[in-house]
Design a binder for this molecule. Structure first.
Ligand code: SF4
Length: 419
C-alpha cells in the first residue's frame, strides 16, 4: 500500500496552477498555530479511521504532496509520520518523500527537521533558473534560493533529491511578439526561428544548471495551460508568445539526450533518475498498486473502489470528524470496471520507458496485445514511434512526446465494452 498525503495550502497562487490549494499569504503560512495545526490534527484523525477500516496493512511508501508541503513545520511532519507508523506496518527503509518549495525549505531548521522526522526523499519545485520565467509563472522563489536549498539539502542525509523543472514556457521577454505576429514574411520567419533558438537555449541553461547541482532525480514537465488560470487567460487574449511545436519537440528531445549523457535513465515520459533513484511511490502508481489518499481532494484506490475526499478543507474536516468508526470519510466513490482498469493500465504503462508488459496484459484481458492492436502497433513501429520486444511494447522518446494522441488511438481501438 502506498500513502499519499495532500497538503491543501500554499503561500500564494502560481499563475499556471490548477491544483487544489488555498493561498495562506505570508503571515498565515508562517503561523504554526493557524490552519496548518488544525489540518495536522484532522489528518491524524483520518489516519486512525483508515487503520480501523483496513487494519495494520503494510505500507511501502509515503508521499507528502500538494499544495506546498514545506509549509508544514517539521514537528507537524513528524506527528503525521508517527501516526502512520503507529497505525500501519511501514516498511523499514520505506521511501518517504516530501515536495518542497525552495523559499520555505530554507526556513531555519526546516530541512534538518524533516530529515530527523524520517523524510528521506526531497522533491524541490524549481521549474526554471531564469528570473523572468519564474516571474511569469508567479513563483515566489528566486533561482538563487533554489540553488541554496538544493545545496543545503545535499549536506543532510537524504537518499534522493529531485528537482521539478518545466519546459515549453512562453517567452517571458516583453519584446516577444504574440504568436500570430510570427507568421508570413521572410523577416517574420527569421524572427520566429530566432525565438525558437532562444527558447531552446533558455531551457538548455535551466537543465544544465540543474544537472550541475548533482541531484539524483529530475522531473521535467511540459507546461500545460490549465483553464481558468491567469496564464491561460493571457494566452486566450493572445498576449503571450506560446512556443510552437518545433520548440517543444527540440526542448523535449534535448532533455532526453542531455540527461542520458549526464547519467540519468528516463523511466517515464517526464521522469529521469540516476541508478537506484527512481521514485518508488510513482512506480507503485504505474504498476497499479493500491494507495491511500489522505487530506482534502486526495484520491485513494483500494481494490476496485476509488474514493476522492472533499476538496474543500472545511468539508473534509467535517467528513472526518463525523465519520463512524470502521468507515471512511464520506467523499465521492467510484466502482472501477474491468474496462476502466484496462484503460488505466494501458495509459500508465505506455507513459513509462519500459512500456506495457505483454504477459500481464494477456492474463488480465485474455487477449494478446500485439494481435489485438496489430494495425496500430505495426504503424507505430514503422514510424519509429514504438518498439516491441518479446516481453514489452514501448514508445520511443519521439513516441512519448506524442503519447496522449497515441493512447487515444489505442482507446479508440479497444473493444466497445472497454470504451
Ligand atoms: S506552489 Fe505548487 S501547488 Fe502551490 S500554487 Fe504554486 S504550483 Fe500550485
Amino acid at each position: 500500500m502506498l500513502v499519499y498525503i495532500h497538503i491543501p495550502y500554499c503561500r500564494g497562487k502560481c499563475r499556471y496552477c490548477a491544483f487544489s490549494s488555498q493561498p495562506l499569504g505570508r503571515q498565515g503560512a508562517a503561523n504554526p498555530h493557524g490552519p496548518l495545526a488544525a489540518y495536522t490534527s484532522t489528518l491524524v484523525a483520518e489516519i486512525a479511521l483508515w487503520r480501523q477500516a483496513l487494519g495494520p496493512v503494510p505500507v511501502s511508501s509515503i508521499f507528502f504532496g500538494g499544495g506546498t508541503p514545506s509549509l508544514l513545520a517539521p514537528q507537524q511532519v513528524g506527528s503525521i509520520l508517527e501516526a502512520l507508523h503507529a497505525a500501519f506496518r511501514v516498511a523499514s527503509g520505506a521511501e518517504i518523500s516530501i515536495e518542497a518549495n525552495p523559499e520555505s525549505a530554507l526556513q531555519p531548521g526546516w530541512l534538518a527537521g524533516v530529515a530527523a522526522a524520517g523524510v528521506n526523499r526531497l522533491s524541490f519545485g524549481v521549474q526554471s533558473f531564469h528570473a523572468e520565467e519564474l516571474r511569469l509563472l508567479g513563483r515566489i522563489h528566486t533561482a538563487q534560493q533554489a540553488i541554496q536549498a538544493v545545496e543545503a539539502a545535499q549536506r543532510l542525509p537524504f537518499n534522493s533529491i529531485s528537482l521539478d523543472l518545466m519546459w515549453g514556457l512562453p517567452c517571458a521577454e516583453e519584446a516577444c511578439p504574440p504568436v500570430a505576429a510570427s507568421a508570413g514574411s521572410p523577416s517574420a520567419t527569421r524572427a520566429a526561428t530566432a525565438l525558437v533558438r532562444q527558447a531552446v537555449s533558455r531551457w538548455q541553461t535551466t537543465l544544465a544548471t540543474a544537472i550541475a547541482l548533482g541531484p539524483q532525480h529530475l522531473s521535467c514537465y511540459g507546461l500545460m495551460l490549465e483553464e481558468g488560470t491567469p496564464l491561460a487567460r493571457q494566452a486566450e487574449g493572445n498576449t503571450l508568445a506560446l512556443p510552437p511545436d518545433r520548440t517543444l519537440t527540440a526542448q523535449y528531445l534535448h532533455t532526453v539526450h542531455a540527461l542520458r549523457r549526464a547519467g540519468f535513465a528516463q523511466y517515464e515520459i517526464a521522469n529521469f533518475a540516476k541508478p537506484g533513484h527512481q521514485c518508488q511511490h510513482n512506480l507503485g502508481y504505474w504498476h497499479g498498486e493500491e494507495y491511500m489518499g489522505l487530506g482534502p481532494a486526495a484520491v485513494a484506490t483500494v481494490g476496485s473502489v476509488r474514493r476522492t475526499n472533499p476538496a474543500d478543507v472545511a468539508a473534509w474536516h467535517k467528513a472526518v470528524v463525523q465519520c463512524s468508526p470502521g468507515k471512511l470519510p464520506q467523499g465521492e466513490e467510484e466502482h472501477l470496471t474491468p474496462a476502466t482498469l484496462e484503460q488505466e493500465l494501458l495509459m500508465l504503462a505506455l507513459r513509462t520507458t519500459q512500456g506495457l508488459p505483454l504477459g500481464p496484459w494477456a492474463q488480465r484481458t485474455g487477449r494478446a496485445f500485439t494481435r489485438q492492436f496489430s494495425t496500430l502497433v505495426d504503424s507505430l513501429q514503422r514510424s519509429g514511434l514504438a518498439t516491441r520486444t518479446a516481453t514489452h511494447f514501448a514508445l520511443t522518446p519521439r513516441g512519448l512526446l506524442l503519447s496522449n494522441a497515441i493512447i487515444e488511438q489505442f482507446f479508440a481501438a479497444l473493444p466497445a465494452h472497454s470504451g
